[in-house]
Design a protein around this ligand. Structure first.
Ligand code: AMP
Length: 460
């Protein structure tokens, strides 16, 4: 069974204790996939970016191959830039704490040559460097790679982009053929494949499907008197103009009132709460997902089942008493590595809630004042799509292609004017660009879809 515990791979007890002391509790996906192969001495080509934990993956592998009693260069890591080489060296040094007497030297351009020669003369097990400077040392015979066991090309795609191909080949030609070669690259252009074929032996490819970058959520708190809540909300929309937002309220009544208020102020908002029947709920969600509405006003309960990919903003119309609910709410923005914003309105008497949230997250809250928000009197957040409902669905064997075909064929709309199409049991929904709405309605109410006349209406 695949495990993401470091103790499931062939590492020494001392190394596992060291990893624990570094706070590495479990393997990252790239480590879990590549380490078993790397520790067996296989050549690996891995698609991994900075932040994935790739350095520890190859760092642990090369440390495992080194014989500390042999004072010759046994591992070489080539990096495109000095900054990356320094980062890699730092990480490997931390991992090397578990093994006594390992010496690492960095060889980068822009640094004096002499001290590098001195370090090499004292005997180095690992060299981390940039191609140009490593080649210089080879030319001057101050570096000898005849005892190399592991070669790592880190950010190989960038090294190719920077025109290092010939220098790299020159360096690689001076290493033993039976070395282990690891190629790490964020992308796989043709050049990388070609390079892999010429320098690796039976490489195993490792790709991590989804790299979970931590969400970046900017959290801002706006103080407002109770009667200013609505105007502050409007000011937040005008200032940030988020493309998709969920506004959280406590009660169903409040959801309806806030959604009405926003619509009265030219912001396309819909309320979603437990009083809606299934059909109404479906319609709200269809419209939010197909861009006919950019704001949902929801209770916590109603928002629970929402399958929304990533919101640009979450707004707390009122702050919850429980900080955990707050954290859960704001987690809906900034997903998949995108930046999100969480905006919260609080009254002076709710300052305790802000404090509780700051304590819970162990970071100070930033409070801003509504006066600093830009206001634009002509502002509107009208969605550019509108949803049409057709009274035929799966039961009538309607498929998206039938609706698309009718609108682009006989009705003469461009494909780009038609958005998402959702088919339910008894009805279907199609998003149409607002400017093409009349044409689409005219056609659909008079023409035919799949050979039959269908009743249509615009959903409001
Ligand atoms: P990298 O992708 O190699 O630049 O690593 C990104 C960061 O993740 C570095 O700061 C590492 O110290 C850290 N890191 C690497 N592996 C782990 C792990 N298994 N658990 C926690 N942090 C890690």
């Amino acid at each position: 069974m695949a495990s993401d515990s470091f103790s499931s791979v062939a590492l020494s007890k001392a190394q596992i204790a060291n990893l624990e002391s570094l706070g590495y509790k479990k393997m990252t996906p790239i480590q879990a996939q590549s380490l078993p192969l790397l520790l067996k001495g296989k050549d690996v080509i891995a698609k991994a970016k900075t932040g994935s934990g790739k350095t520890a993956a190859f760092g642990l592998a090369l440390l495992n191959s080194i014989n500390p009693r042999f004072f010759g260069v046994q591992a070489l890591v080539l990096c495109p830039t000095r900054e990356l080489a320094d980062q890699v060296a730092k990480e490997i040094r931390r991992l090397a704490r578990a093994t006594a007497n390992i010496k690492l030297v960095t060889l980068c351009g822009g640094k004096p040559f002499g001290p590098q020669v001195g370090s090499l003369e004292h005997g180095a097990h690992i060299v981390v460097g940039t191609p140009g400077r490593v080649q210089d040392h080879l030319r001057k015979s101050t570096l000898n790679l005849s005892g190399l066991k592991v070669l790592v090309l880190d950010e190989a795609d960038r090294m190719l982009d920077m025109g290092f191909i010939e220098v790299m080949n020159d360096i690689i030609n001076q290493t033993p053929k039976d070395r282990q070669t690891l190629l790490f690259s964020a992308t796989y252009p043709d050049g990388i494949e070609k390079m892999s074929r010429s320098i690796q032996r039976k490489p195993v490819m490792v790709t991590v499907e989804s790299e979970h970058k931590p969400a970046i959520i900017e959290q801002l708190f706006y103080e407002a008197k109770k009667h200013q809540r609505n105007n502050t909300l409007l000011a937040l929309f005008e200032h940030y103009q988020p493309a998709t937002t969920v506004v959280f309220c406590h009660t169903k009544k409040q959801c309806d009132e806030v959604a009405d208020f926003l619509r009265d102020n030219r912001i396309d908002a819909l309320a979603i709460h437990g009083d809606l029947d299934q059909r109404e709920r479906d319609q709200v969600l269809v419209r939010f997902a197909n861009n006919s509405c950019s704001v949902l006003v929801a209770t916590d309960v109603a928002a629970r089942g929402l399958d929304i990919k990533s919101l640009h903003a979450v707004i707390n119309y009122e702050l919850p008493r429980d900080p955990e609910i707050y954290v859960h709410r704001i987690g809906r923005t900034g997903r998949a590595g995108e930046k999100g914003i969480a905006l919260s309105i609080f009254t002076p008497s709710e300052q305790v809630r802000v404090n509780a949230i700051a304590d819970y997250q162990k970071k100070p809250s930033i409070c801003d004042v509504p006066e600093s928000l830009d206001r634009d009197s002509g502002f509107s957040l009208q969605a550019n799509m509108v949803t049409i409902q057709l009274d035929a669905g799966r039961k009538s064997k309607i498929r998206p292609g039938d609706i698309l075909g009718a609108l682009t064929g006989d009705a003469g709309l461009a494909g780009s004017q038609i958005g998402k199409i959702d088919i339910f049991e008894l009805s279907s929904y199609v998003a149409i660009e607002r400017t093409a709405l009349r044409e689409a309605m005219n056609y659909l109410s008079q023409g035919k879809v799949k050979g039959r006349s269908i009743r249509v209406r615009k959903i409001r």
